[in-house]
Design a protein around this ligand. Sequence first.
Ligand SMILES: [Zn+2]
Length: 182
Amino acid sequence: MTEKEFRKVYPLIAGWIKQTLAEHASAARPVASLGFSRLPHYYDAQLLASSMVVFVPRVPVPPLSAMGLDQFRDFEQMDAGGTTYLNTYFVRADQSDSESLHFHELVHVIQWRLLGPEKFLALYADALERFGYRKSPLERMAFRLQKRFEREAQPFSVEAACQSLMRAMTSHGDGTTPLDGP
Ligand SMILES: [Zn+2]
């Protein structure tokens, strides 16, 4: 995707996110209220209180192909267990008890905050197109930390881990921006 293409669709995606969050606002509840026992050892109390979760039969995905982005059709139809927009994430109802999935989506909440919405979406879309869902850097970061959460009993600060991984990711100074095409 070229920068020009991204500039064109960004307002549409941002508008869709705003509308989607507004539509689900009354069903959203703070993650802290779910009472998971391990998450408080990995995330600050403030993050758990300010991050919102919505349980849905199917997680909402922007109508990317209708916006002219045909290359994301597979992603659009993925039916993921969870997805995050800003400080709110959606979890498919059959996965609502999966603490590990909540852990994964909270990594994205931190990424959205550290990058800001425009940069998050630009990086995410560019990587999705070039590497595919599972290998895009923002997903790899989330899966890597999630695996650590699942395998190790020793708690760690996800915020600190994200900040250092993000620094490493964005300091790949090869003169190109993530929006430059291949
Ligand atoms: Zn993810």
